[in-house]
Write a protein that binds this ligand. Structure first.
Ligand code: C5P
Length: 239
C-alpha cells in the first residue's frame, strides 16, 4: 500500500454535509475516513449510507463496542446493515470471548453479503487515562503494561490489530508480530497546533516506526485549506 493510503481522516462532527464536503475535498489524497460516536449517534446507519455510498474510500467506523458477547455481536450486525465498514473498533477489555465473537460475527455477516470482512481492531487503554486513573479503576499494571497485555489477548482472540499511540508501535509490534495492524492517532504534521493531544508524532515519524494506518483529524479538518493540507501530508509520506 502506498503510504498516503494509510491516512484515515477523523471526521468528528454530527454534520453530514461537512463530512461530504471533506470527502470531496481530500478524498484523492488519503486512504479513507473515520466516522465515530458523534456522527453515528446523530445520524445512524442511514447517515453513514448518505455520506459514504458510492465512495471508494476506506471506511473506519470507530464505535468502540464494549458489552457482553451476544450484544456486541448484534451491534456488529447492526453497523454492517447499511454500508459495510472496512474497519470497526471494539474494546479489548470486553474480554477474550467478546472479541472472538465480534470477529466471527463480522466474518459471518460479510460472507452472507458476499463482501470483504471488516478488520476488527481493539482499543486497549484509552490515551486519556494515566497511571493514576489506572489505579482508580483497579488496574495494578501501568498504562503501557496494560496496553501490551490487552494487545496480546486481542491477537489470541483473532482480532486484526489494535489502536495505539505512535510511542507504543515498536513494543506492540515486538509483542504481537509485524502482521498485527496498528492504527495510530495523535498525529501532527510539523508546525500544526497539537490541540489536546499530548504525545504526538509527525506522519513521517509514525510511518517510519511502522504504523499501518494514521488517524488524522483536526490538522486536516480545521485547516484553512483542507485539500492543500491533505495534499502536503500525502506528498510528505510518498516522497
Ligand atoms: O483531531 P485529531 O487528529 O486529534 O483526531 C484524532 C482522532 O483519533 C479523534 O477522532 C480521536 O477520538 C481519535 N483517537 C485518539 N486517541 C485514541 C483513540 C482515538 O485521538 N487513543
Amino acid at each position: 500500500m502506498t503510504n498516503h493510503k494509510k491516512i484515515l481522516v477523523a471526521l468528528d462532527t454530527p454534520n453530514i454535509s461537512a463530512v461530504q464536503d471533506t470527502i470531496e475535498q481530500v478524498g484523492e489524497f488519503v486512504g479513507g475516513f473515520k466516522l465515530g460516536l458523534e456522527f453515528f449517534n446523530y445520524n445512524g446507519v442511514d447517515g453513514l449510507k448518505t455520506a459514504m455510498t458510492g465512495k471508494d474510500n476506506f471506511l473506519f467506523l470507530d464505535l468502540k463496542f464494549h458489552d457482553i458477547p451476544n450484544t456486541v455481536a448484534g451491534a456488529i450486525r447492526g453497523c454492517m446493515s447499511g454500508v459495510v465498514p472496512n474497519m470497526i473498533t471494539i474494546h479489548t477489555s470486553g474480554g477474550f470471548e467478546m472479541m472472538k465473537r465480534a470477529k466471527e460475527e463480522s466474518a459471518l455477516v460479510a460472507s452472507k453479503l458476499g463482501v470483504k470482512a471488516p478488520l476488527i481492531v481493539g482499543v486497549t487503554v484509552l490515551t486519556a487515562l494515566d497511571n493514576n486513573d489506572m489505579q482508580d479503576i483497579g488496574y495494578s499494571n501501568d498504562t503501557k503494561e496494560q496496553a501490551i497485555k490487552l494487545a496480546k489477548l486481542a491477537k489470541r482472540a483473532g482480532l486484526d490489530g489494535i489502536v495505539c499511540s505512535a510511542f507504543e508501535i515498536e513494543s506492540i509490534k515486538k509483542a504481537c508480530g509485524d502482521d498485527f495492524i496498528l492504527v495510530v492517532p495523535g498525529i501532527r504534521p510539523q508546525g500544526v497546533d497539537s490541540g489536546d493531544q499530548k504525545r504526538i508524532m509527525t506522519p513521517e515519524q509514525a510511518i517510519e516506526k511502522g504504523a499501518d494506518y494514521l488517524v488524522i483529524g483536526r490538522p486536516i479538518t480545521q485547516a484553512q485549506n483542507q485539500r492543500e493540507m491533505a495534499k502536503q501530508i500525502s506528498l510528505s509520506l510518498d516522497k
